[in-house]
Design a protein around this ligand. Structure first.
Ligand SMILES: O=C[C@H](O)COP(=O)(O)O
Length: 249
């Protein structure tokens, strides 16, 4: 069965609650497309108003992070239960910005991935190499490690429903999109890694996105690649361009 494309916006640390509602109102008609899963991953404080504003549309709401404990003395953190109760369906985990600025390790990401599944939230687990790693020729070794540790103790049935976002760090927010060949090569490598850890059926089912300076001009070619099942879009998800990316065909 063909995999359904998933185009997710990652708003990062942008948009106040009132700005968030205005953006949803602006994008609503532009992102209407029943053939693609459309997800807005928004800052925690925007989740409740965005869920409300998106009611009755094809927009699903995601979080940008989550903690792996259920509740308790973890000042500043957000639990999976809180996200579920607010109407969240997806959560971005292990974004390179969280790894770099907040010290998240593959093991932390794994705990979060497991918790997300436990609560019925679909993880969008990010992986990707730095420019230095690409130049050293260790891209796939690095990413395989991120994927293997990130998915430790995840069952095949769970993995089949997961999303992995391949985001080369050197392409994030730089305007420098990976070439379709580079993106396809790594996404195929990630799928091969899933086949090795699980089996061919799991590898065929899991969805793998590309992220890194995706825009209205590059989306169609990227999303047409055999192993690229959509995109995780940063900057361009905050503009009307996101409608063009969702309707890339
Ligand atoms: O999560 C999204 C990525 O980090 C890509 O961001 P960008 O599209 O602004 O390069």
């Amino acid at each position: 069965m063909a995999r359904r494309k998933i185009v997710a916006g990652n708003w990062k640390m942008n948009k106040t609650p009132s700005e968030a509602v205005a953006l949803v109102e602006e994008l609503k008609p532009l992102v209407a497309n029943d053939e693609v899963d459309v997800v807005f991953c928004v800052p925690a404080i925007d989740i409740v108003p965005v869920v409300e504003a998106a009611k009755g549309t094809n927009i699903q709401v995601g979080a940008e992070n989550m903690y792996f404990e259920e509740s308790g003395a973890y000042t500043g953190e957000i639990s999976p239960n809180m996200l579920v109760d607010a109407g969240v369906k997806y959560v971005v985990l292990g974004h390179s910005e969280r790894r770099e600025y907040f010290g998240e390790t593959n093991e932390d990401v794994n705990k979060k991935v497991l918790k997300a599944f436990e609560h019925g939230i679909t993880p969008i687990m990010c992986c990707g190499e730095s420019l230095e790693q690409r130049e050293q020729g260790v891209t796939m070794d690095f990413i395989r490690q991120q994927v293997k540790v990130g998915f430790q103790n995840v069952t095949a049935d769970q993995a089949k429903t997961a999303v992995i976002a391949y985001e080369p760090i050197w392409a994030i927010g730089t305007g420098k999109t990976a070439t379709t060949e580079q993106a396809q090569e790594v996404c195929a490598g990630i799928r091969a890694c899933i086949a090795e850890v699980y089996d061919d059926a799991t590898a065929a089912a899991i969805r793998i996105q590309y992220g890194g300076s995706v825009n209205a001009a590059t989306a169609a070619d990227l999303f047409a690649q055999a192993d690229i099942d959509g995109g995780l879009v940063g900057g361009a998800s905050l503009k009307a361009d996101f409608g063009k990316i969702v309707n890339y065909k």
